[in-house]
Design a protein around this ligand. Sequence first.
Ligand code: ZN
Length: 147
Amino acid sequence: MSDPLADLYQQVILDHAKRRSGSGQLDAFDAEHYERNPTCGDEITVQLALSADRKSVDALAWHGDGCSISMASASVMSELVTGKPVTEVRRMIDAFRELMRSRGTIEPDEDLLGDAVAFQGVSRFVMRVKCAMLSWVAAEACLTQVG
Ligand code: ZN
């Protein structure tokens, strides 16, 4: 028997791995960070531009290459954070990290995490957690740079 929710989540990840939302480079940005996952070979560079008042994420773009989980996660993250207040983005990153460390034991906050809840199943596979976290860690480093 297949689990319909697991199938749906699988589909979200596959769709985003193809769609690669946010893939590309920004003409101007406030922070840039490169992150690598040596266990899988995923590499990503995230660029982040703040709004004029520096209170929200105006644009986020990423480029790199890696497995479908890392690419899908970057795509989901990019869609989620664009246009959001920096404080909310920080909460999203914290919530996503908590979800990925949970090994499938916590119910994710779908209002906060949107499509990122699809990675809940990935949290049961310790080797893949780093793949899913990669772009989020890079985005967090960008936020630290802009302080
Ligand atoms: Zn990977």
